[in-house]
Write a protein that binds this ligand. Sequence first.
Ligand code: SAM
Ligand code: DTB
Ligand code: SF4
Length: 333
Amino acid sequence: MPVEQTFVHATSDVSIARPRFTFDEVQAIYYLPFNDLLFRAQSVHRKNFDPNAVQLSRLLSIKTGGCAEDCGYCSQSAHAPTGLIASKLMDSESVVAEARKAKQTGATRYCMGAAWRSPKDRDMGALVAMVEGVKALGLETCMTLGMLSEQQAGRLAEAGLDYYNHNIDTSEHFYPEIITTRIFEDRLETLERVRAAGMKVCAGGILGMGETVADRISMLLTLANLPVAPESVPINHLIPVPGTKLASAKSVDPIDFIRTVALARVLMPTSHLRLSAGRTQMSDEMQALCFFAGANSIFIGDTLLTADNPDETHDDGLFRRLGIYPATVEPRG
Ligand code: SAM
Ligand code: DTB
Ligand code: SF4
């Protein structure tokens, strides 16, 4: 039976036995002739989504810079001399005011990110107020705050947080080359806590950090083989930041990038695949092929957390040329 037909829907009963993907079968899909791979990914995509709708999210950095972690790609790590000016946690009123503006530009999901290893318990009150305020605007909410304790995950879920973003970034094998202040297993543990608390999971990674194709396949395999696949999977293209360890990393071949998106679509048929960081460095044609391969979510607005993103005029033009339109809010699962 083809791999995608054996896969159980992300929101279906997790007690149903689910075949695990093996590295070899997944690698064979990755290396299909490009046209066959894209045809397969697009066929899976059409079965599960409107192929011309792309979901729009907006990001806000609610606490910038000065992070204790040493992630080799990140402008916000205190270990990297990137020149970024650190700031304190924003107050919840200002965050909600920013979210209101985002809604007016067509975003349906609002993602709030903090440069933390993990939140402090004293910050939980403000975070809860942000979730409640942004939700009251009718936006879906997402946060990415680093590692969570069971209790913190519970409080955010109770406040109504829809998604928690926590990336595994790369393969387990390559992980220590990129980050030394935590281990891959720590990430999986937080993902488990997020799931157990009843929130939807947003987990993906970065391409272009010097990893091999096998590392990329292995990262997707880890995500697809979770007890329930993440509902949202960001695929970031490294934005090389001067001062970071990866400032001069060799850029990923665009064809390899598109193959990885296609593989993610085949392995996680019902997940939203987000073409995340790095769209500024991509040609319109590369983005078009990523959409064809199954990417169906992007960040809009000219800043991500600290880095540039294409401006809205450009994205509007691209959508018009491709006949793509913004997806409306997904039904709540
Ligand atoms: N501190 C939290 C954490 O790491 O979980 C949340 C914020 S962190 C900036 C969110 C994600 O952004 C990272 O996991 C990484 O995948 C992505 N990211 C950060 N810097 C990036 C860069 N220069 N290029 C591409 N992706 C990047
Ligand atoms: C994700 O995977 N990508 C977004 C979101 N999750 C939080 C963040 C991208 C950050 C890009 C670098 C920056 O803006 O500093
Ligand atoms: Fe800190 Fe997150 Fe950046 Fe890592 S990716 S340094 S945890 S802000």
